[in-house]
Design a protein around this ligand. Structure first.
Ligand code: IMP
Ligand code: MG
Length: 193
């Protein structure tokens, strides 16, 4: 019988810690995007899920954001099967809009690794004329950075280990785990038989 729990070496964020992390990050976002004069926001805030890894974080986060938002989705890949980055950004699903004037974009990512995905995506969206493009990531692996990039909001820094759960996958598996855990290396290193 396949038991995914057997493949998890240790838990990095329990469901309770995920809740606290979402609340903390949402509070920072609410503070930054709420106009100081108490007036309604003049620009539209589009919160964009970078599919698919961020979806659990995304639905929890947007419900904790108190300013009006529109939801949208992009699907990009800089990663293929395996645990190392190809470094190539490909847009599979793009935002559904032609006009970026007076638009604030907040990109929601599961984890920043080499930094290539969010660096190229933010540059791409700024190039379309968005008023602002910021990024929020649940997890950050700064020790793996290959390009100069830092997310505006970071849930938790994690060590250089491959992590899964709460949306994050290894080869499309483990996304449904209710916590974030370190994947046991034996899952992705070839056994000697
Ligand atoms: P980057 O472009 O190298 O920053 O890659 C970011 C993407 O790589 C994330 O959106 C994830 O899909 C994937 N990724 C990087 N590290 C991990 C990990 O430890 N577990 C699961 N996915 C990861
Ligand atoms: Mg991803």
């Amino acid at each position: 019988m396949i038991d995914p729990v057997q493949d998890i070496a240790s838990i990095l964020l329990s469901p309770e810690q995920i809740k606290e992390t979402v609340a903390r990050v949402a509070a920072q976002i609410n503070r930054d995007y709420t106009p100081a004069d108490g007036q309604p926001r003049k620009r539209k805030l589009i919160v964009v899920a970078v599919m698919k890894g961020s979806v659990f974080f995304y639905v929890d986060l947007v419900r904790a954001i108190t300013v009006p938002v529109e939801l949208d989705f992009v699907k990009v890949s800089s990663y293929y099967a395996g645990t190392s980055s190809s470094g190539q950004l490909k847009i599979h699903l793009d935002l559904k809009r032609d006009d970026y004037e007076n638009i604030d974009i907040l990109l929601v990512e599961d984890i920043v690794d080499s930094g290539r995905t969010l660096k190229s995506l933010t540059e791409n969206l700024r190039g379309r004329g968005a008023a602002s493009v910021r990024t929020v990531t649940l997890l950050d692996k700064p020790s793996r950075r290959e390009v100069d990039f830092k997310a505006d909001y970071i849930g938790k820094e994690v060590p250089d280990e491959f992590v899964v759960g709460y949306g994050l996958d290894y080869d499309e598996r483990y996304r449904d785990l209710p916590y974030v855990g370190i994947l046991h290396p034996r899952v992705y290193t070839k056994s000697e038989g």
